[in-house]
Design a protein around this ligand. Structure first.
Ligand SMILES: Nc1ncnc2c1ncn2[C@@H]1O[C@H](COP(=O)(O)OP(=O)(O)O)[C@@H](O)[C@H]1O
Ligand SMILES: [Mg+2]
Length: 395
């Protein structure tokens, strides 16, 4: 039993070396305020065990054969949201540690552990910080009481690579969802560094998602309404920070809160984003009702999409929540539809044809094709997509 009488710190140890796992077990078991609840020998096992055990602390090796510790950290933070990750490394490589920190790690310790003094101190500090933060969050006034509990559908439009037409698809989808039944629809530009949803809609927003930061503990419908940019078709857009360097203040917790609030105000929330594999991105992915994944008929893009599917599976996102869109599908460039279906693991892929220069012109002028040339082949395919998305999120 812990000396203080409070619950021991529950620890999961992850390392592919059995010697290190045994050393950690011996050291931790001798501490009255700590308990080793499990261990894992690989990145994938770490993610699974973290989900089952919900540890307070995960001690994570950086180099493992299947999934490196940085990716595993990112995945663990979604499976065990209250667990804090501490990296365990034999070299103080600053580049690794920076990556680990941006994936959500809260600290690091160096191998070998000696008598364990540094290890124990880091565990206690990190655990102290994360429980303090948790109590702060729990103490805040519940958001639901001040916003209408609408619980709109969250549709994440993502692409494994830039330039495949993902934003064009997100913008068109949001506009079409809005036109249908005049639903309340929001478009959230979660490509925080380079998003161009407002350009594509010819909007010049006075406010952005950054303006919500000071009010994050007390968001209400009025505040959110004030920062949204209004498109004339009724679509409302939450713009990204004007300067990419300002995006740093947008933490995963913050993104989660904003998305939660948007879903309480709108029937459908379309989120435009690019895959980055950091904890902010994960916050977006975790809350999605449907993933619209844009690819083009290029092997590189398709391979990246496959990698995403692999990660999505590890995270437990159901395969039936994926909707693939093959954009610029008029020329398959040596690939067959069967090749593409095999790579993506499904034949249910919606094709959007390759348009002429009018597509880029419409994007550059902020005059979306679906509104200005609704009979063009590209716009028609996007209408089919919107119908399909509506049906899928309704069921
Ligand atoms: N089906 C298409 N046919 C022709 N051009 C397209 C098509 N889809 C998108 N584009 C063009 O590709 C460019 C990149 O689109 P964008 O939506 O910004 O991509 P992403 O968000 O994936 O980076 C834009 O100039 C857009 O007009
Ligand atoms: Mg984009």
């Amino acid at each position: 039993m812990p000396a203080s009488g409070s619950d021991p710190i529950r620890i999961l140890a992850v390392d592919d070396s059995v010697t290190i796992r045994e050393t950690l077990a011996l050291l931790i078991e001798a501490q009255p305020d700590m308990e080793l609840v499990g261990s894992a020998a690989s990145g994938h096992e770490a993610v699974r065990r973290a989900g089952e055990l919900q540890p307070d602390i995960v001690l994570m090796d950086i180099h493992m054969p299947d999934l490196d510790g940085i990716q595993a950290t990112w995945l663990v933070s979604s499976r065990a949201p209250h667990g804090a990750v501490i990296m365990v490394t034999s070299e103080e490589r600053i580049d690794f540690l920076q990556k680990a920190m941006s994936a959500g790690a809260q600290g690091y310790v160096l191998k070998p552990f000696g008598n364990g003094a540094q290890l124990f101190q880091t565990i206690r500090e990190v655990h102290g910080r994360s429980s303090a933060r948790r109590m702060q969050v729990a103490g805040g006034a519940p958001l639901d009481s001040r916003l209408r509990p609408r619980i709109g559908k969250r549709i994440v439009v993502l692409s494994p690579k830039g330039g495949v037409g993902s934003t064009t698809i997100a913008v068109s989808l949001a506009l079409l969802l809005r036109e249908h039944a005049q639903n309340a629809v929001a478009l959230f530009d979660a490509d925080f560094l380079a998003g161009d949803t407002t350009l594509q809609l010819d909007l010049r927003p006075e406010r952005t998602v950054l303006d919500l930061v000071p009010h994050i503990d007390a968001l209400d419908a009025r505040l959110i309404d004030q920062v949204m940019a209004h498109h004339r078709n009724g679509l409302q857009v939450l713009a990204r920070p004007t300067n990419p360097e300002q995006a740093e203040v947008l933490t995963a917790e913050y993104v989660r809160t904003v998305l939660g609030s948007l879903a309480q105000m709108y029937d459908e929330v379309v989120i435009d984003t690019v895959l980055t594999y950091d904890d902010r991105m994960l916050a977006v992915l975790d809350l999605a009702d449907l993933y619209v994944i844009t690819v083009t008929p290029h092997l590189g893009t398709l391979r990246s999409a496959r990698h995403f599917l692999h990660i999505a599976k590890t995270l437990g996102y159901p395969a039936d929540r994926m909707q693939f869109v093959l954009n610029r599908a008029s020329h398959l460039a040596g690939l067959s539809t069967d090749d593409i279906a095999t790579l993506l693991g499904t034949h249910d892929i919606l094709h959007v044809p390759t348009g002429g220069p009018e597509v880029t012109q419409s994007v550059n002028e902020g005059r979306p094709l679906v509104l200005y040339q609704p009979k063009s082949p590209v716009a028609r395919a996007l209408q089919t997509l919107a119908t399909k998305v509506r049906q899928r999120v309704a069921s």
